[in-house]
Write a protein that binds this ligand. Structure first.
Ligand code: C2E
Ligand code: CA
Ligand code: CA
Ligand code: CA
Length: 278
């Protein structure tokens, strides 16, 4: 057993080092960056297509280096997951979100904040305690929080995931299936996990060229969500035609470059105050 464990450890280390070489991120760089507070939340507005008002945001991580360079998450999140740093990284992000959004969440009771989680969070129930330790007694109430889990990778331990999601639901937070349509979601999967929201993936929204040309995958996802009484957010909305198509099907929540890219807290809060519902 010990030999097997050592072997596994060695393989993992080799994989991590190989990944580090490919991406130019050393094994200790990420840990140092988290400790030094270089992992920052950026905020992308989520809009109501009917009213043109901002209803909340998605938190997207950026590595903001001391020299000002901004590294997108694609360059380091797989590495964070492999090296076990995903959990402390998310905790640090949530603490900053609490600080940045406390005020607007008190002012606008319907303001929603969406945070991406890793698959590992659904194996290790500590996310529930982390959420409580950060948000208990803050201006951000549980009903304002949404946690996203991607459909791209299957949840390997469905029972554990179910237990974690049940505990999260008990707190009053909601759970969104991210990248919907790219994986293996079907009615049963979404229903047993008690998913509250689906986020239609950008690759499908991209297929909308003209508001009058139906895109069957999108219409299928919409009717599946309606069947289960699940809310819908469309991501990657870049054109007016896409927004019109979605509005025409009563999909009212959307995010994308048509409205705004992810941005640091300061400009986001300026925009949010201008576009918030009265
Ligand atoms: P995602 O959760 O699907 O996030 C949406 C991605 O699309 C973001 O990329 C966002 O910047 C980008 N995006 C938004 N609107 C548009 C648009 O109109 N057009 C185009 N082309 N792109 C748009 P980003 O920030 O690079 O993040 C990539 C992925 O990294 C995210 O995909 C998510 O899976 C992951 N990620 C980001 N931050 C976190 C985090 O804090 N925790 C975890 N677990 N994953 C994260
Ligand atoms: Ca997401
Ligand atoms: Ca997504
Ligand atoms: Ca996506």
């Amino acid at each position: 057993l010990t030999i097997a464990a050592c072997l596994m450890g060695a393989i993992l280390l080799a994989m991590t080092l190989q990944y580090a070489r490919r991406t130019n991120i050393g094994p200790f760089d990420l840990e140092r960056a988290i400790m030094a507070g270089e992992m920052k939340p950026y905020y992308q507005p989520v809009m109501n297509l009917k009213t043109g008002k901002l209803i909340g945001c998605e938190v997207l991580i950026r590595w903001v280096k001391k020299n000002g360079e901004v590294v997108p998450p694609g360059a380091f999140i797989d590495y964070a997951e492999m090296s076990g740093l995903a959990i402390p990284m998310t905790l640090s992000l949530m603490e900053q979100v609490r600080f940045d959004l406390d005020h607007i969440c008190r002012q606008v009771p319907d303001f929603k904040v969406s945070i991406n989680l890793f698959e590992g969070h659904f194996r290790d129930g500590s996310i529930v305690e982390d959420i409580q330790s950060v948000f208990d007694g803050s201006g951000i109430s549980y009903r304002q929080l949404v946690f996203e889990i991607t459909e791209r990778r299957p949840l390997d331990d469905r029972n554990a995931a179910n237990r974690v999601m049940t505990a999260m639901h008990k707190l009053g937070v909601r759970i969104a299936m991210d990248d919907a349509g790219t994986g293996h979601s079907n009615l049963a999967y979404l229903q047993t996990l008690g998913i509250d929201i689906i986020k239609i993936d950008r690759i499908f929204v991209e297929m909308i060229k003209d508001p009058t040309d139906p895109v069957p995958v999108i219409d299928g996802l919409i009717s599946m969500a309606r069947e289960l009484d699940i809310d819908i957010i469309a991501e990657g909305v870049e054109t007016q035609a896409q927004a019109l198509y979605l509005r025409g099907r009563d999909v009212v929540l959307a995010q994308g470059y048509l409205f705004a890219p992810p941005m640091p807290a300061k400009p986001f809060l300026t925009l949010a105050h201008a576009l918030k519902p009265q």
